[in-house]
Design a binder for this molecule. Sequence first.
Ligand code: PNS
Length: 163
Amino acid sequence: MKAAIYPGSFDPVTYGHLDIIKRSAEIFDELIVGVLNNKAKTPLFSVEERVKILKEATKDLPNVKVESFTGLLIDYAREKDIHVSVRGLRAVTDFEYELQIAQTNRQLSGGSLDTMFLTTSLEYAYLSSSSVKEIASFNGDISQCVPDFVARLIYEKYGINRQ
Ligand code: PNS
């Protein structure tokens, strides 16, 4: 069975992430969405909330599992006996950062963890969790960026009541 991990912060999950999840779930027998529990960052959603949101957003994809992890991705992958990490590339601006992470992970894991890149579908190429949060915080429209139930939760975090 071929399995992969799609790691990320997912704070919050966007249609761009969901596009990568759906497409990788068609390539691999099992896809684990690994939500990073990063103590150094102050996220909008707690790791438990992010996992819950992702589980709801992927409930129709039977071969997708959502979990959280702390520490290094290579340790989490080794624990699961998984050898592929999936990441989405939106534009060349992502490339340098992603290349560095991919090479670091391959080096640190002794060649055991490879990274597979999927190019984000064009309609989502502009999306990022940070811009979604910024738009929502100013009561802007994020309906094209995230599923409705996620949008409601984001506005709630900012104390915004949109009719
Ligand atoms: O959604 P993000 O924040 O761009 O995801 C970044 C992520 C989670 C893939 C990356 O920060 C990560 O894997 N962190 C875990 C710690 C780690 O393994 N670091 C070594 C690679 S530099």
